[in-house]
Design a protein around this ligand. Structure first.
Ligand SMILES: Nc1ncnc2c1ncn2[C@@H]1O[C@H](COP(=O)(O)OP(=O)(O)OP(=O)(O)O)[C@@H](O)[C@H]1O
Ligand SMILES: [Mg+2]
Length: 307
């Protein structure tokens, strides 16, 4: 706990709602321990409690019970929060300023001297892919540009921890690639990243660890490699049968599918791999691939959420 970047214990938010309404669980009994330098993906379906948790971590909400520490200090500690950058779900930024003016405004709030502000702002705009847009009014920005600018405002103070709520939701595939590169670059510079996401394939590419939240409860946490390895162990064999004829009798006991002109069979036992490969070759067919099937984060997610 002493060197945790984010540590929560029984962190709970119950929304009381209007008089006569039933309380709603935002998040309940959350225990988290995010380590220095980790990229942690916080996953869960709509309404799972991701935003509630991120708001508790950034002091935008008060917990009903439990506690949250950042760099070992309560989130109420102002000095600690200066080391944190936050991008909310829908960054609501000053529309009438230009992007560069807005970043300058925020840099001044952080007390950055004029001598460093100018370079910091142009470097930051560059890092989020907005180098050419610094002079444009923010109100003219597209949703993806807003998300990039949200990231820029979070980076302006060179924080040690970044907390990001659905940072990729508005980005196109190139934007998501840029964003993944940015995350890995920040990680290489020793930063810790905690982000919520629905885009499981992107989370899979950058996260070291993930937590899956459902109905306010953490249902799974783990090192991504471990979660994805603990799987069925099935092996997929693709081949082109000889002369395009139906598969040989030796293969009759397996069931096949067609994929892009290849015949594909999935087996789990090593002896079946040997049998299929031998039969394909014995009949003059051509082997295309033998690939162990890895679980995707989506498989893990679906299994945990129980659909
Ligand atoms: N201000 C509020 N008042 C009452 N209930 C709320 C409030 N904010 C969130 N909730 C409820 O808390 C639960 C968790 O919501 P939250 O916004 O944290 O989920 P989320 O995981 O971020 O969802 P999404 O993926 O849709 O962004 C939901 O049932 C939601 O209706
Ligand atoms: Mg949310």
């Amino acid at each position: 706990m002493t060197d945790s970047v984010i540590f929560t214990e029984d962190l709970t938010k119950i929304y009381q709602g209007e008089l006569g309404q039933k309380p709603t669980v935002g998040v309940e009994g959350l225990h988290l321990d995010v380590r220095p330098g980790e990229v942690f993906a916080f996953l869960g379906p709509n309404g799972a409690g991701k935003t509630s948790t991120l708001k508790l971590l950034t002091r935008l909400l008060m917990p009903t019970r439990g506690r949250a520490l950042i760099f070992g200090e309560p989130v109420s500690d102002n000095r600690t929060m200066r080391r944190v950058g936050f991008v909310p779900e829908q960054p609501n930024l000053y529309g009438y300023l230009t992007a560069a003016e807005m970043l300058d405004f925020i840099a001044k709030i952080f007390g950055l001297p004029a001598s460093v502000r100018k370079k910091r702002i142009s470097d930051t705009l560059d890092r989020v892919g907005l180098a050419a847009s610094g002079g444009l009014a923010v109100r003219t920005f597209s949703r993806g540009m807003m998300q990039r600018l949200g990231m820029a405002q979070a980076l302006i103070n060179d924080p040690d921890l970044l907390i990001l709520d659905e940072p990729m939701s508005a980005l196109d595939p190139i934007g998501r690639k840029d964003f993944r590169d940015l995350i890995l670059d920040l990680k290489n510079r020793g930063k810790t990243l905690f982000f919520s996401s629905h885009i499981l394939s992107d989370a899979e590419l950058v996260a070291d660890r993930c937590g899956i939240l459902n109905r306010g409860r953490l249902v799974q946490t783990g090192i991504l490699g471990d979660l994805l390895e603990s799987q069925t162990g099935s092996i997929e064999i693709a081949f082109i049968p000889a002369g395009g004829r139906p598969s040989a009798e030796d293969l009759a006991r397996f069931s096949f599918s067609e994929q892009g002109g290849n015949r594909v069979v999935r087996v789990t036992r090593p002896e079946d791999v040997t049998a299929v490969v031998a039969a394909v070759q014995a009949h003059g067919g051509r082997l295309v691939s033998v690939s162990p099937q890895r679980k995707s984060l989506e498989d893990v997610f679906m299994a945990e959420i129980g659909r």
